[in-house]
Design a protein around this ligand. Structure first.
Ligand code: NAI
Length: 462
């Protein structure tokens, strides 16, 4: 039973980053984590393992489709699923151990177990009650489930089971064309599964720029993914290890069904706050189960803060990290701020999809005068050399001031390219500022510059 300046509950990207920053700022810090390893959903069963599988399956795709054309002859590799899983596990292990090392280095106590908050300033783990001047709840989220679909993590899986299937399925049905469905759907399509995505809406990746949505779906179709759009899944039954997914085609109001060896349910996530005892301590939740906070991440109970997926906003690891750092600064008596208008979002398929700031639809809805600069990767020499020329960069800028309002990229390394636009936006840059910045040749980044040029007098290679 120790006494701390801060106890953080949860060691995902929000929690562990908050812990490190608190410790760096001189606060006596502990982090409670019930899992056997640190890192939360992201490192153990989310971002990191999925990126390992995306990388491995992308390499296979390159070998199958592009090696011969580059003069790399030989047999296309076959898939050793057990080894691919071992590689994925190694990736997880090195990352989770890395966090453990950082905790030791920064003298952060890892309190092992699941926490409850018996009262303000108190955190109970097992039989021990620890004192804390401040508590940060960073307990993340869990798959939200769907009525009529029971996840058994074998035949019907969430993203957790989807990362460790016993074998590569012959037929896979993915429910939900969001980020998880398309990332994991891509993995299995590349590994040889016949993947059908069943989506409620008429578009994939709701909220994305409409042009990106269309291009993205076209590319995914070309890669072999099938789509059933406008289909509301009603139920999923499992018999003899096979699943039957029943859905209603919303426009025609007809019912249909599809069979699969594996069903991946990817219809969203919800905040995870079970077992914390928030009710008894009086912490308020929204109707959607998110912990309510003020603009300093403090809940309605003094000294109890919350960050990440457990509160409002996009469920993204880097948003949680930023909140963790800002919240730590505030607890140390400094200033902490997150610019919610400039949080990038990335889908790690191939090609990658990335966006920041406003979409065209949002600007239209707001009645803002804007201009568009678009540049296809077809005009980018590096992308052409690398068989990665499908896609584009689109920059949206204020019609009068030229200030950058948003950027949407589908193409090679989009998830990295987006950040120069994020930095530009943080500095209030105009499209011309980007256009006048020298970009090395030949790089994918030149496509960003060309899109900025297209906001003005025109791109060079278009
Ligand atoms: P999502 O919210 O991105 O997509 C869910 C999809 O399911 C939507 O398109 C929705 O219309 C559809 N849907 C809902 N009910 C349905 C029904 N009855 N029948 C058919 N379709 C239905 O949720 P997802 O993909 O599960 O991801 C959860 C969260 O995790 C998201 O907030 C996402 O941002 C985050 N995440 C982020 C990643 C990244 O940044 N690369 C990777 C993985 C997850």
């Amino acid at each position: 039973m120790a006494s701390y300046d801060v106890i953080i509950i949860g060691s995902g990207p929000g929690g562990y980053v908050a812990a490190i920053r608190c410790a760096q700022l001189g606060l006596k810090t502990a982090c409670v984590e019930g899992r056997d390893t640190l890192g939360g959903t992201c490192l153990n069963i989310g971002c990191i393992p999925s990126k390992a599988l995306l990388h491995a399956s992308h390499m296979l795709h390159e070998a199958e489709h592009n090696f011969a054309a580059m003069g790399l002859k030989g047999e296309v590799p076959s898939v050793d699923w057990a080894q691919m899983q071992a590689y994925k596990q190694d990736t997880i292990d090195t990352n989770t151990k890395g966090i453990e090392f950082l905790f030791k280095k920064n003298k952060i106590d890892w309190i092992k177990g699941w926490a409850t908050i018996p009262g303000p300033g108190k955190v109970k783990v097992g039989d021990d009650t620890h004192e804390a001047r401040n508590i940060i709840i960073a307990t993340g989220s869990e798959p939200s489930g769907l009525k009529g679909v029971k996840v058994d993590e074998e035949t019907v899986v969430s993203s957790t089971g989807g990362l460790k299937l016993g074998k590569i399925p012959g037929k896979m049905v993915v429910i939900g064309a969001g980020v998880i469905g398309l990332e994991l759907g891509s993995v299995y399509a590349r590994l040889g599964s016949e993947v059908t995505v069943v989506e409620y809406l008429d578009v994939i990746t709701p909220g994305m720029d409409a042009e990106v949505q269309k291009t993205f779906q076209r590319i995914l179709k070309k890669q072999g993914l099938k789509f059933i759009m406008g289909a509301a899944v009603q139920s999923c039954e499992v018999a003899d290890g096979k699943a039957t997914v029943k859905y209603t085609l919303r426009k025609k109001e007809t019912e249909a069904e599809i069979e699969a060896d594996t069903v991946l349910l990817a219809t969203g996530r919800r905040p995870f706050t079970d077992g914390l005892g928030l009710d008894s301590v009086g912490v308020e939740l929204s109707e959607r189960g998110q912990i309510k906070t003020d603009d300093r991440w403090q809940t309605n109970v003094k000294g109890i803060y919350a960050i990440g997926d457990a509160i409002a906003g996009p469920m993204l690891a880097h948003k949680a990290e930023d909140e963790g750092m800002a919240c730590a600064e505030i607890l140390a008596g400094n200033h902490g701020h997150v610019d919610y208008g400039i949080i990038p979002s990335v889908i790690y398929t191939s090609p990658e999809v990335a966006s920041v700031g406003a979409t065209e639809q949002q600007l239209k809805d707001e009645g803002r005068a804007y201009k568009t600069g678009k540049f296809s990767f077809m005009g980018n020499a590096r992308a052409k050399a690398n068989f990665a020329a499908d896609g584009f960069v689109k920059i949206l800028a204020d019609k009068e001031t030229d200030r950058i309002l948003g950027c949407h990229i589908i193409g090679p390394a989009a998830g990295d390219l987006i950040h120069e636009v994020c930095v530009a936006m943080e500095f209030g840059a105009s499209a011309q500022d980007l256009a006048l910045t020298c970009h090395a040749h030949p790089t994918y980044s030149e496509a960003v510059r060309e899109a900025a040029l297209a906001c003005g007098d025109g791109a060079i290679h278009a």
